[in-house]
Design a protein around this ligand. Structure first.
Ligand code: NI
Length: 192
């Protein structure tokens, strides 16, 4: 139902090196690739930066506010996010090996959606605020404190790195309904 791009493009560097990079497409649940644990990156090099930029492009194109590497088929501990309001300047965030080093005792409940579960939403309870340590796009270790939408978004994306989807926080009944609907939709799409 959500339109993602499947076109690919080729970049030619001045050194004559040709590297083809397919535009990243977003995997829709249910899919075993969304249920696996992602591997840490050794360091943020050019390849990881390229992945981050490709993920941001795919995220913006799908009108998302966060995306994790397993959602584009890369089992790496990498996520991107931008929770800025439409009228604000874009504020892309790129994180490798993110980990929650502190979370608040108080919880916040809010509706979540996911680019891998298009058109489905559910109420998820999480810590209201978190402190997150990660490597940025320059391979520098950073720590930020987040609350509100950003805290929710980062926790949602880190879940993806563990193979956890927001529906895994819902009751088995609600999860089953959403996954069955998506599964049916995929079959319809596959048969044209
Ligand atoms: Ni998601």
């Amino acid at each position: 139902m959500t339109a993602f791009a499947y076109t690919s493009y080729v970049t030619v560097t001045c050194a004559g090196e040709v590297s083809a990079m397919a535009k990243l497409s977003i995997i829709v649940a249910p899919d075993p690739r969304l249920k696996r644990q992602a591997e840490p990156v050794a360091r943020v090099d050019r390849e990881v930066r390229r992945l981050m930029d490709g993920m941001l492009e795919a995220m913006y194109e799908a009108n998302g506010i966060g995306l994790a590497a397993p959602q584009v088929g890369a089992l790496k501990r990498v996520l991107v996010a931008d929770v800025s309001q439409p009228e604000e300047p874009a504020k892309p965030m790129r994180m490798a090996n993110p980990e929650v080093v502190w979370h608040s005792e108080d919880l916040a409940s809010g509706e979540e959606g996911c680019l891998s579960l298009p058109d489905h939403f559910g109420e998820v309870i999480r810590p209201r605020a978190v402190r997150v340590r990660f490597r940025d796009e320059d391979d520098v270790v950073q720590e930020i404190e987040a609350d509100g939408l950003l805290a929710k978004c980062i926790q949602h994306e880190i879940d993806h790195l563990e193979g956890v989807l927001f529906v895994d926080h819902l009751s088995a009944l609600k999860r089953g309904i959403i996954l069955r609907k998506l599964s049916k939709q995929k079959k319809l799409l596959a048969t044209g």
